[in-house]
Design a protein around this ligand. Structure first.
Ligand code: ADP
Ligand code: MG
Length: 165
């Protein structure tokens, strides 16, 4: 297989199921950037991912806080921090530095970012990009996602997802 694939998600349950497959395929600490319009399903995916990684309780959209931090477990062993960003309202590059966001991007953490376009000059290259398109699928409005790997770790995850899904 290549460095990307496309998958149709007919309803929210399918998005959550894909999120669980992604969680199962995360053997390394990846940076994952989510693209798509408001309401496309980015936060839904993060919620599914966090729950599949053992987070119990709410996942609130970090639209105002810009970032929410979680401590999770992959396959019930290795513990790590997952930082969920929503940069829709981000518009001040200096805030990036003063909030210390740069420090979150290292090999120890997972960062998942909605609206990475808003801080594109500040962000490192992602391991995976996931793009959501709202689309008619079999008579109802679903989502088509494209998952693209940009690094070796991203490619390994992509391959593992395609086995799981
Ligand atoms: P975003 O974070 O991209 O703005 P949200 O995840 O907050 O979007 O909202 C997405 C909305 O679309 C939710 O109401 C969710 O129930 C719905 N949704 C998620 N995935 C799908 C899907 N595959 N098909 C149809 N609706 C979906
Ligand atoms: Mg959102």
């Amino acid at each position: 297989m290549g460095d990307n694939f496309t998958l149709d998600l007919p309803d929210e349950a399918a998005t959550l199921q894909f999120a669980a497959a992604l969680a199962g395929a995360m053997r390394a600490k990846l940076n994952i950037y989510l693209h798509g319009d408001l309401g496309a399903g980015k936060t839904t995916l993060v919620r599914g991912l966090l729950h599949a990684l053992g987070h119990v309780g709410k996942v609130k959209s970090p639209t105002y806080s810009l970032m929410e931090a979680y401590e999770v477990n992959a396959n019930n062993h290795f513990k790590f921090n997952l930082y969920h960003f929503d940069l829709y309202r981000f518009n001040d590059d200096e805030e990036w530095e003063s909030a210390g966001f740069r420090d979150y991007f290292n090999a120890e953490n997972v960062c998942v970012i909605e609206w990475p376009e808003k801080a594109q000059n500040l962000l490192p290259r992602p391991d995976l990009d996931i793009t959501f398109d709202i689309k008619m699928l079999g008579g109802s409005l679903g989502r088509r996602i494209t998952v693209t790997a940009h690094t070796i770790l991203g490619k390994q995850c992509l391959q593992a997802i395609s086995i799981e899904k």
